[in-house]
Design a protein around this ligand. Sequence first.
Ligand SMILES: Nc1ncnc2c1ncn2[C@@H]1O[C@H](COP(=O)(O)OP(=O)(O)O)[C@@H](O)[C@H]1O
Ligand SMILES: [Mg+2]
Length: 287
Amino acid sequence: VRAAVERLSAPEKAEVLVEALPYLRRFAGAVVVVKYGGGAIGEDLSLFAQDAVLLHSVGLRVVVVHGGGPQIGELMDRLGKVPQFVDGLRVTDAETLDIARMVLVGKVNRDIVRALNVHGPVAVGVSGEDAGLLLARPSAPELGFVGQVEAVDPGILERLLAAAVIPVVATIGSDGGGQAFNINADTAAGAVAEALGAAKLVYLTDVDGVRTSPDDPATVQSTVTVDELDTLLAQGAVRGGMIPKVRSAAAAVRGGVGHAHILDGRVPHALLLEIFTRAGVGTMVDR
Ligand SMILES: Nc1ncnc2c1ncn2[C@@H]1O[C@H](COP(=O)(O)OP(=O)(O)O)[C@@H](O)[C@H]1O
Ligand SMILES: [Mg+2]
């Protein structure tokens, strides 16, 4: 790609920048919540960091919410911890919660913050436990410390954004009594986007978008409405890790978020392409 860009003439390069102009104007000052998925994080953190810092530098207010499922699984393996399941659902006991918290807050969050701060002092990491950000309650008692978002207090994020900082959120929540819970990062990102009145909620994942037939790349949708997402869910066309994305994308758009996008975060600069070019990539969710 770099070689091709270097072959562009100066007027061609200028044309590329000019294509971004209407988008720069439209989104100046807008809040964009980017959920960076565990699958995409395995790829190049420095490319993601360039995109997020570029958006930040041209005046968008960027909030990063990250997952880390594969990274948690990896440390569990290394520690010889065998996952427990109830009716096919993974149980989070106190030890698993500790591992999840260590990996998300202590490793994945740090890695993202470090990659962003290579470009200057722009990013601060927070956990949902910080300043009451994510108030949690158990999603199902038999699953242990898996939490659901009860409420979002966006105050700490608003203060960081006002200070021109990119907050990077690890999705560990806490109940009123100080008990921690592991919260699905898709759900948390949707709730945070809604609480901040975000213009955009972008899921960077490891698939090209929402497909009407999960295993068939030819069925990827470039735009879907929230009602169409409900239908896909009801038909069983959305499975596994795509379910919380589709549910929370639909809920966030119904709750006032401008648009939600589901993109392949492994594609270099997917985030920039979606926000600053006519073509766009992945799936855009409309009202
Ligand atoms: N209808 C669908 N369209 C696209 N992907 C789907 C669909 N149903 C299930 N999936 C699966 O959802 C996965 C993305 O969710 P997940 O693995 O949890 O990623 P992340 O780490 O980004 O949360 C894809 O890799 C894909 O296999
Ligand atoms: Mg997932």
